[in-house]
Design a protein around this ligand. Sequence first.
Ligand code: NDP
Length: 286
Amino acid sequence: MSAQIISGTQLAAELREEVAQRTQALIAQGITPGLAVILIGDDPASSVYVRNKVAACEKAGLHSVHETLPSETTQEALLARIQALNEDPSIHGILVQLPLPDHIDTHKVIEAISPEKDVDGFHVINAGMLMTGTPLFKPCTPYGVMKMLEAHHVERRGAVACIVGASNIVGKPMAMLLLADGATVTICNSKTRDLAAHTRAADILVVAVGRPNMITGDMIKPGAVVIDVGINRLPNGKLCGDVDFESASQVAGAITPVPGGVGPMTIAMLLVNTLEAAERSAQNKV
Ligand code: NDP
């Protein structure tokens, strides 16, 4: 069997076009959606992510503020900057690019962002609201995965879903979103015994670990939908996912590629979240 390819590139382009149109409608009402992205230090991968996010904003007509602060920036200075952005009416979304330097408490920084501007959806209030079913923002990567499943008419209700990886930013919110749609969800982590027994039972398999090609075709149920969130750079410079695409695509019914799968969707959903924050703020002003 050769799996259907679930491309994120095309779907993300469609979503970005929709964001651009809704942004113009909001601008006509006198509100330009604004995103502030803060990067601490000069980590090359983070710099590329931030540049891509800012470029996507500008292309869709959103206002963006990109601030790169030196790696020795103190926690107090960063918190003060976030507070200023919380109070800035031209900014509807605030994103602090992770990871942060060791001397800064990531939890404190995330909690300093106003929940109404927390477009990453990482604040405990948004995480709690996601768990109870009424999130202001869904974290961008799992939200993007849900959009891909919807676009490909993948049935979630009653499906067995397995998520490999249990981080706060991908694995756990992914589980909440699939559960909300009626899937029966298992979350695996580094201590899971017999990982393959779990992955092989899944109709929907989402992998977000950060280990190149760790899921091979023999770990996949024939016909399953496989979503590869992982982004890994190999020694030869090439990008690859957590799923061994060659063997997995022989077994899966549908599969996302890396690159060109979940990655573009993450950025598209950041734009959606920023736009929706601005739309909510416009409604509150009426
Ligand atoms: P984290 O490092 O925060 O979490 C990794 C998770 O994988 C942990 O829960 C860990 O378990 C689990 N894990 C580690 N080893 C194993 C194993 N052998 N078997 C099962 N589970 C294991 O990573 P992130 O969630 O931040 O990111 C995961 C991947 O997704 C990375 O490659 C990252 O680059 C990529 N990513 C891609 C995005 C995109 O837009 N496409 C966006 C965000 C991330 P434990 O909890 O026990 O430590």
